[in-house]
Write a protein that binds this ligand. Structure first.
Ligand code: 13P
Ligand code: SF4
Length: 333
């Protein structure tokens, strides 16, 4: 370790990004660690990860942790919990234990159970962005990339769905199933900031652009977009499309990833302020710390009594294919 003299006295010299990267990659090998990162992580984290993807892809990768001795999960806590349930033999660490998705806080197990009593004939589908407590009371779990397919596959006339009311609108619109909100107020503060005007303004300037929105955006924004889908779908769609300009209505990490992967295409954020503060709590320094110390407070666990049920519903979720874009797109693509 190198040292520097600062106003706070002698401090360890902050490592450069390159040094951090090297130390992480070295330790990752030594510890046999699998590093998983969500698409919203900063590019420096995406670059050192073994796999970067959406919630459904990460759930699948978590179940394939054989050959590793630890998992480091750079995503919000419910995602890391998913990994802890699906890879029970390997400890899962989260670089910042405070990375909690506020959307998840809308639903408790008690609330799910109360709604179930109110609608005893309706199966419950909870979005993966929920607490383990809420998941322990659900019949099905879905991600944004599998919500339509899961709801259709149940074959029920109506289902209870939540906590995201915008995602519930998306499912309502693309299935014949009656969708009853588990909490009408449930929303993601990042995606709720998008509005139709933002897309229309950009379309004036770039008339040939393809607008892609996440289904956590309000339904009017979904209507104004050419394509709606999960972050994984966005990555596939942009890679396969011949279009040259894309307007992206989701968190900025996705925009940065797409622009880096496609320097020949113009990838524009619909709103630059779409930053998930919780996802961005992770840093290279925190990942290195977890690899070095394996601190108890960064270890992700799920209450034991909930694990068997959550594992079963997550394994069912992992069996679905995951859908492509949920909207017809023009011939240009
Ligand atoms: P994806 O599954 O589409 O990556 O979405 C996760 C999420 O938290 C969106 O805000
Ligand atoms: Fe949660 Fe929204 Fe952040 Fe996704 S973007 S993790 S839903 S707060």
């Amino acid at each position: 370790m190198r040292w520097e003299l600062s106003s706070r006295g002698v401090q360890p010299l902050a490592a450069s990004c390159e040094e951090l990267r090297e130390r992480i990659l070295e330790l990752k090998k030594k510890r046999k660690a699998l590093i998983l990162a969500h698409n919203y992580q900063t590019l420096d984290i995406q670059e050192i990860a073994d796999f970067v993807g959406d919630s459904l892809q990460l759930a699948r990768k978590s179940a394939e942790s054989e050959g590793y001795e630890m998992v480091v999960f750079a995503g919000v806590r419910f995602m890391a919990e998913m990994a802890a349930v699906l890879s029970p033999d390997v400890p899962v660490y989260i670089p910042d234990p405070g990375a909690l998705c506020p959307l998840a806080a809308y639903l408790t197990g008690e609330k799910v159970a109360a709604k179930k009593e109110e609608y005893p004939d309706a199966p419950v589908v909870v979005y993966v962005n929920t607490t383990a407590d809420a998941k322990s009371k659900t019949d099905y779990i879905c991600t944004s990339g599998s919500a339509i397919e899961i709801v259709k596959s149940i074959g029920a006339e109506r289902v209870l769905f939540g906590p995201d009311a915008n995602l519930a609108d998306y499912v309502r619109e693309h299935t014949d199933v009656e969708i009853i909100d588990l909490d009408e107020r449930g929303h993601c503060y990042v995606h709720d900031k998008f509005d139709v005007e933002m897309i229309l303004e950009l379309k004036k300037k770039y008339p040939d652009a393809i607008a892609i929105a996440h289904p956590e955006c309000p339904i009017e924004v979904q209507h104004a977009a050419d394509v709606v889908g999960s972050t994984g779908m966005m990555a596939n769609f942009v890679a396969q499309s011949d279009a040259k300009v894309f307007l992206i209505a989701t968190e900025m990490g996705m925009v940065e990833q797409l622009q880096k992967a496609h320097p020949d295409k113009k990838i524009l954020p619909v709103y630059e302020g779409a930053v998930c503060r919780q996802m961005k709590k992770h840093t290279l320094e925190k990942i290195l710390h977890v690899l070095e110390e394996m601190p108890e407070e960064n270890l992700v666990t799920v209450p034991e009594e909930h694990v068997p049920h959550i594992r079963q519903v997550l394994e069912e979720m992992n069996k679905v294919k995951g859908q492509g874009p949920a909207k017809a797109v023009s011939a240009r693509t």
